[in-house]
Ligand binder design. Structure first.
Ligand code: 13P
Length: 238
């Protein structure tokens, strides 16, 4: 299966005109674009080669859940992938492993490919707690879909590497990816592991060259059309 690059635009850009420009510039095969919710529909109408992702979903289908968006609604907008449990949501909005697990199950039920994000803080890393944290986030995050055979992506995104310009070392990344695969294996799951955290065109090869790494989740660099296309080009070599 070819490698996958996911452009997580986060809360960017601020205007629909800029979003339109960026979507046009980034539209290549091998890329999943995850824009903010308000831009999903028109990004879907612009892209021809890239695929569409969402940055979150809620586990219920409908009802009294102010501000939430369901998997069915996303499917209706041609969304194929959904990012779940990003550290920015865990930290800023208090998303727990149990909430993340419900979202992963809802995504699978609605036929979306979940991208489960896991990662430890700098402090947890310094205290040698990374293995414990990642094992728990994967074990609980995937607990409600044990044994299924559809595509599941797990993104290892150490929090200390996000937006800092200091990515993980390939050695540590490979160690964590092995841990993720073993943990998923105990749930009878085979997952595709990708890496995120300060990935840019200049360093993408250092991660993407490994068979164990099936792609990258890119934040800052995905806001530059030329740069994200370059990362996709690097991924296509492997
Ligand atoms: P950066 O690429 O900006 O470090 O962000 C990574 C990330 O959080 C992607 O989800």
């Amino acid at each position: 299966m070819s490698k996958i690059i996911i452009a997580n635009w986060k809360l960017n850009p601020s205007s629909s005109a800029d979003a339109k420009k960026l979507a046009k510039e980034s539209d290549v095969k091998g890329l999943v674009i995850a824009p903010p919710f308000p831009f999903l529909e028109f990004v879907a109408s612009i892209i021809k080669k890239a695929k569409l992702g969402a940055q979150d979903l809620f586990w219920e289908e409908s009802g009294a859940y102010t501000g939430e968006v369901s998997g069915t609604q996303l499917k209706g907008l041609c969304v194929e992938y959904v990012i779940i449990g990003h550290s920015e949501r865990r930290m800023n909005l208090g998303e727990t492993d149990e909430m993340v697990a419900k979202k992963v199950a809802a995504a699978v039920k609605d036929g979306l490919i979940p991208i489960l994000c896991v990662g430890e803080t700098r402090e947890q890393n310094d205290k040698n707690k990374a293995v414990e944290v990642i094992e728990q986030e994967v074990r609980i995050g995937l607990s409600r879909i044990a044994g299924i055979t559809s595509e599941i992506i797990v993104a290892y995104e150490p929090i200390w590497a996000i937006g800092t310009g200091n990515p993980d070392t390939p050695e540590n990344m490979l160690k964590m990816v092995k841990l993720i695969q073993e943990t998923a294996g105990r749930l009878n799951l085979k997952v595709r592991c990708i890496y995120g955290g300060s990935v840019k065109a200049a360093n993408a090869e250092e991660f993407l060259k490994y068979n164990e790494i099936e792609g990258a989740l890119v934040g800052g660099a995905s806001l530059r059309g030329e740069e994200i296309k370059e990362i996709v080009k690097i991924a296509a070599k492997y």
